[in-house]
Design a protein around this ligand. Structure first.
Ligand SMILES: [Zn+2]
Ligand SMILES: [Zn+2]
Length: 272
């Protein structure tokens, strides 16, 4: 499985997941033209896309979904509430598949499982994508607050794209009106670097090879602050993977997910 975050932040989010000859787009928060440009930059062929999976209907996640689904003749997979919220925008012949909570749904070579989150959208979800019996990728952004269900869904992953939206000090000094600050920091808003670090620590295990920090606020965060906060929480944990910070304006390098450590097939020497 290969992972490329095509862009992430409050001005648009889209993630490309590829395996063999097929691919999924998780979120389509850019215009169709911008999605095509970013797919080209990642050397990805749109004809390989099998579906568009949406975490929720906010514009920075769904802006280009209707046009992209029509242009590429692919179905949109999302929660029932997200599909209802988008209903008026989709072309009549666009296929949709409602993702039930916590139940795997097949999409091409992939399996997609959605887990409800606390964000202030109609019916927002974190998604876990599996490639057959192979690696598991989790995408957890715009999650509001680290609920028990979310923390559970972040366990046992090979790669995790995790929201590190804001630094709490920069948010307080941001100049945003108090109501906006309260919405961002509230349980229906976005995770701070500190909250994300604690979630990353819980998700950490030896098999978690990749952690992508995503959805950083332009105004209330900086890549080095997000990285430092998460690294501090991961110190002393079992995490031995790489950390990548996704940006708004350009795709990340393509990341190979879940190249497993070679299995030991010989009996281990007996301890002396
Ligand atoms: Zn968002
Ligand atoms: Zn949102």
């Amino acid at each position: 499985m290969r992972l490329t975050v095509l862009g992430s932040g409050s001005r648009g989010n889209a993630i490309l997941v590829e395996s063999g000859g097929s691919a999924l787009l998780i979120d389509a928060g850019f215009s169709l033209r911008e999605l095509l440009a970013r797919l080209a930059a990642a050397a990805a062929e749109p004809s390989r896309l099998r579906a568009i999976v949406l975490t929720h209907e906010h514009g920075d996640h769904a802006r280009g979904a209707a046009r992209a689904a029509a242009a590429w003749s692919v179905p949109i997979l999302a929660s029932r509430g997200t599909l209802d919220a988008l209903a008026g925008t989709l072309a009549a012949d666009t296929a949709t598949v409602a993702l039930p909570p916590s139940r795997p749904v097949a999409a091409g070579a992939f399996t997609v499982t959605a887990f409800p989150t606390a964000h202030d959208a109609a019916d927002p979800m974190m998604v876990v994508v599996e490639d057959g019996d192979g690696p598991r990728l989790g995408v957890a952004y715009d999650v509001g607050t680290p609920t028990v269900a979310l923390r559970h869904a972040c366990r046992g992953l090979d790669a995790l794209v995790l929201e590190t939206n804001h630094d709490e000090v920069l948010l307080r000094a941001s100049g945003y009106p108090p109501a906006v600050r309260a919405r961002i920091a509230g349980s229906g808003g976005h995770l701070s670097n500190r909250q994300a670090g604690a979630l990353a620590r819980e998700a950490a295990h030896q098999g978690l090879g990749t952690l992508v920090l995503a959805h950083l606020s332009d105004r209330c965060n900086r890549p080095e602050l997000a990285l430092r906060a998460v690294q501090a929480e991961l110190a002393g944990s079992a995490f031995a993977g790489r950390i990548v910070v996704a940006g708004q304006d350009a795709p990340t390098p393509t990341i190979e997910v879940g190249t497993p450590a070679p299995q030991l097939t010989l009996p281990l020497p007996r301890p002396r």
